[in-house]
Write a protein that binds this ligand. Structure first.
Ligand code: WTA
Length: 649
């Protein structure tokens, strides 16, 4: 951690949407009279029937109910497309940069976006999809992913995107979880020169699915294999026949726009539900202010649309603002470690937004990959997904940004819809490693973890909660409002609990210290340790498993699994490989354990509870500080675990 500060340049501040005085004034207004503030800023989007009520939110445990703009009606796709297609039809909405640099990039204008989205919407209607129906998307990072999201929004269907790196099992669970009518996929997803067989994966997922799910297949590579008539539909053929206009459906502000599954500390991933009106207002406003987006800027968020970052900052936020947004199909290191910077130069990117893990990986490849490109178009850099270490921050600032570009370290979550803690680049002096201050309308509080008392001193350390609501907040867990209330509103009554720990310094700046629950953050991807454990114990040789995170130079955290085998099973190198592969196929490559330690026993209390604190310490190679082990049923297991630990300095 570093306390060096980087104030915005006078020039940047002068041209920014908000300088320091504007931020202070708007922030104060937003928390003293949220009703008036959000009533005004809700007008940034077009409403079919304007709202008369702005905020109606309750956090009483057992009765959590969040509504914004509840009597307004709108259509999200009309806001992201039609109003710009009318005003600036030829403006580029999406720049598509394919995996292979030799394949030409494509520029999709707002006019074309309207036609393509309408075609997709009409195809979906033709398959029987209507208002409120669920559609699962399992797609590469191609323009059709954006068309499909917006097409769902256009007809009032609810999309649920499954990251293309997830396994058939994970996909199947999500298709069944929301009772989807249609799954939209592609033949294959090219990524880093390799191809993921999305359609084949979907075939497997549908084997155990509900009958009657239809599969709409977009052609990407032409590498098509099996086809089931009556279930599988050729998107390109249907789209060619479909009408180029589809009337947008009138939706209520509180109608769900999408479901997105995310990992928590217990059980299987939960379907986070976002609204139409409040979500769009918040995504658009944060996009404009955090990135200081101006008309005609080219904005690039390197996330995948399978994550919330892609939802809010590749598609909904930028397009609601009439921006030009770049969609990149590939990876940072293909064909070489200069790809990000080559794309920035090629498309004259102005704002660039990525994850610290990518920066750490690229930093290790040497500066020559960066400096050979002309990065003078860059005005601002952003990070998201995990804490950024000062070394990576400094490298980003000096080598990528040439010392010219403010860095916005944005802290938020799938649940929050958009940025909650972030610098505004013309207003906030930044400190490397700190997500700095709250966005408008956001009221962070630091609580003492055990008593739940709010710490009112400026300098504080504890768990991070939020007081009151903001328009982009999730509304429920799909099909399980109880779980929503229990997960976020029961540990600390009257607040939204983020699951993160934080420190607030004497200047009132927030520093996220990481999750305080059993969620780990691997390369910026959220993973529940319980998910990996349940995948491991599903293997016939495994009796018991406990999974924890440990510090990893590039990934931020790595996955460390302690595995107890069934009696008589031999612990071999082959079995270790087999278990790694097993988790990859059960969940996906991002869940593969980095280290597996054979554990003859796990440290448990006399009541049988696994003492994770001890397992974490051993995984961190910090077993000198194990603390009190006297409550263990069998303290000797700890010695064995230390003796055979896998992560040694
Ligand atoms: C972590 C991603 C530190 C945090 C948008 C949070 C961060 C979880 C930051 C949410 C940041 C996200 N600094 N930690 N700037 N941004 N996190 O739902 O632990 O995939 O709770 O949303 O990532 O991950 P999610």
């Amino acid at each position: 951690m570093s306390d060096k500060t980087y104030p915005p340049s006078a020039e940047f501040a002068a041209n920014a949407h908000a300088d320091a005085a504007t931020y202070e004034a708007m922030y104060t207004a937003s928390v003293t009279d949220p009703e008036a503030f959000w009533g005004e800023h809700g007008k940034r989007i077009d409403w079919i029937k304007p709202y008369t009520k702005v905020k109606n939110t309750r956090y009483d445990f057992g009765d959590v109910d969040i509504k914004w703009y509840e009597d307004g009606t709108l259509n999200v796709s009309a806001n992201c497309i039609d109003r710009h297609a009318a005003a600036t039809p030829d403006k580029t909405a999406i720049i598509f940069e394919p995996d292979e640099p030799t394949e030409p990039a494509r520029h999709i204008s707002y006019r074309e976006l309207l036609e393509q989205t309408s075609r997709m919407a009409n195809v979906l209607k033709g398959l029987g999809v209507g208002k409120g129906d669920r559609v699962v998307l399992y797609l590469p990072m191609i323009p059709e992913a954006a068309y499909a999201m917006l097409a769902c929004a256009r007809i009032g269907a609810v999309h649920s995107i499954v990251f293309a790196g997830f396994s058939p099992d994970a996909l199947g669970a999500r298709i069944n979880g929301c009772n989807a009518k249609v799954v939209i996929t592609a033949d294959e997803a090219p990524r880093g020169g390799r191809k993921t067989p999305l359609k084949t994966n979907t075939d497997k997922a549908l084997l155990h699915g509900n009958d009657g799910v239809k599969c709409l297949v977009v052609k990407r590579t032409g590498g098509q294999t099996t086809w089931i008539d009556g279930r599988d539909f050729d998107y390109n053929a249907l789209a060619a026949e479909a009408s180029t206009y589809c009337t947008p459906a009138e939706m209520n502000a509180e109608d769900p726009l999408f479901i997105l599954y995310t990992s928590g500390s217990t059980g299987q991933p939960k379907g986070v539900v976002h609204s139409s009106g409040g979500y769009l207002v918040f995504a658009a406003m944060t996009h404009q202010y955090t990135f200081d987006y101006h008309d005609n800027d080219v904005f690039w968020c390197t996330a995948d649309v399978g994550w919330v970052t892609g939802h809010s900052y590749i598609v909904y936020g930028p397009l609601a603002n009439g921006a030009t947004t770049l969609m990149f199909e590939g990876v940072p290191t293909y064909p070489d470690a200069g790809r990000f910077w080559a794309v920035c130069e090629k498309h004259k990117v102005n704002q660039f937004y990525t994850a610290p893990t990518a920066l750490r990986a690229l930093m290790g490849q040497g500066n020559e990959w960066v400096v050979k490109y002309d990065l003078s178009s860059l005005k601002l850099l952003g990070t998201v997904g995990e804490p950024i270490n000062p070394e990576a921050w400094n490298w980003y600032n000096d080598v990528v940004g040439g010392g010219r570009c403010p860095i916005v370290d944005t802290w938020w979550q799938t649940e929050t819809g958009g940025h909650l803690l972030t610098p505004l680049p013309g207003a906030t002096a930044t400190k490397p490693g700190s997500a700095t201050r709250p966005f408008f309308g956001v009221q962070p509080v630091v609580l003492e973890p055990t008593t739940g008392e709010e710490i009112t001193d400026t300098a504080a350390e504890g768990v991070l909660c939020l007081r009151d609501s903001w328009p982009g907040q999730m509304r429920t867990v799909w099909g399980d409002h109880e779980r929503f209330m229990k997960t976020y509103f029961s540990d600390y009554k009257g607040y939204y609990f983020t699951g993160d720990g934080c420190r607030r310094d004497a200047d009132g700046y927030y520093w996220i210290t990481g999750r305080v629950d059993d969620v780990i953050n691997v390369s910026g991807h959220r993973m529940g340790t319980a998910e990996v454990e349940s995948a491991l114990v599903a293997h016939e040789t495994v009796a018991e498993a406990a999974v924890v995170g440990y510090p990893h130079d590039v990934k931020g955290q790595g996955i460390y699994a302690y595995v107890t085998l069934m009696a008589g099973v031999e612990a071999t190198e082959e079995l270790r490989k087999e278990l790694e592969k097993w988790v990859r196929t059960e969940i996906g490559p991002i869940a593969k354990p980095d280290l597996i330690q054979w554990a003859p026993g796990l440290p448990k209390t006399r009541s049988g509870k696994i003492m994770r604190r001890i397992l974490r310490k051993i995984a961190e190679d910090d077993f000198g500080a194990l603390g009190d082990t006297s409550t263990l049923a069998d303290p000797s297991v700890v010695d064995d675990l230390i003796e055979n630990r896998m992560n040694r300095a």
